[in-house]
Design a protein around this ligand. Sequence first.
Ligand code: HEM
Length: 346
Amino acid sequence: MNMAFKQETFRDDYTYHNSAEAIRRFPFPFAEDEYMYSVNIEQHNGGEPGSVFEHAIDVDEHYVAECEDRRIVLEDDPNRYIALPHMMDAQWDMVELVMESLSRDYPDLFQLTRDGDNWHWINQPLGIDQKFVFGDEATLPMQPCEYITRQVQGDWIILDQRDDDLFADLGMVTSQADWSMAFDAGMSFKEWHGPVPQANELGIFDRALKYLLHLQYGSPVRRLNWTMTINPRLDTSPENYPFWGPDNVSVTPDNVGDKVHLRVELQALFRLPRSNAIAFSVRGYLASINDLTTYPRWAKRLHRVLTNLHPDLSEYKGLDNYRQMVIDHLAPMDDGEELALGTQPE
Ligand code: HEM
């Protein structure tokens, strides 16, 4: 992966763009011509070299810019990081998970030296050099989980496990697709999934919860989720709806390829060793329709998935204002050829 970090924005002038390599490794989520929710959970123990699944935590060309966007969101609204008091062990678990993963998988960029509880962390892309005592909050400039999640892409929700359920009791959420951590804090698995159509009736949440309660340390799992976003905006939160909601009616047949982005979430779940909590990471990847249609196979597949999409899912994901325009834009690129199963670009 190309590690020349981009200087780019996810707001205002929207200078975000993908290199050809980033498009190629985009986690396109549609293996078939139809999409419906399922318990699409698989092992997260490495993937093809260069793919977004290769490492436990993927770092790509957007790393520095995404950390900066998070800083801007937090400056405006510090409550996008939430920590209930009983989650301090989980906070340190997070420090360990992220520092160990990044320094193991990207040794040229991140280095961690451990001497008992005396840790030394170097994050070269962000220019951070920090010595601290593991377990001693006073030796870091802010709470441990806030500290480390400011240095990693994607949102992180840490679930406390009790009473055979999971509770969203700790989290850094600055780039979510229209849901609120402040609203969901303290809620259980089924409660925060309440607004999702169709899935409960299919038994998906019952089975997913049962599976997750038995998640083992050292055996993380992952799934993909997707939606669409107008402009490459990371912060599509309910809190800031006035800043992005009106964009949904700004799509025209002329700008649809540029403005409409497929937003894919790589969601990974890690059991944490001290707290027995589960870290849930939601790493978003954005690709415009123009990016995706550089691969004819993806253009055809997306055309069919959007055409066949259940109206409840379209409405829930907020696509109703522009879905038909995307379909019309893609239609001339779809010759009806049968596509084999699989998400590959070619
Ligand atoms: C345990 C960690 C998880 C957390 C914290 C979480 C959280 C959420 C949240 C906050 C939403 C948005 C709900 C809203 O509209 O307000 C959501 C949507 C959803 N979640 Fe989860 N989730 C988790 C795991 C899972 C798992 C394991 C599945 C497995 C099937 C799943 C399936 C879904 C589906 C299908 C949606 C609808 C997404 C869409 O259409 O865009 N979630 N989740």
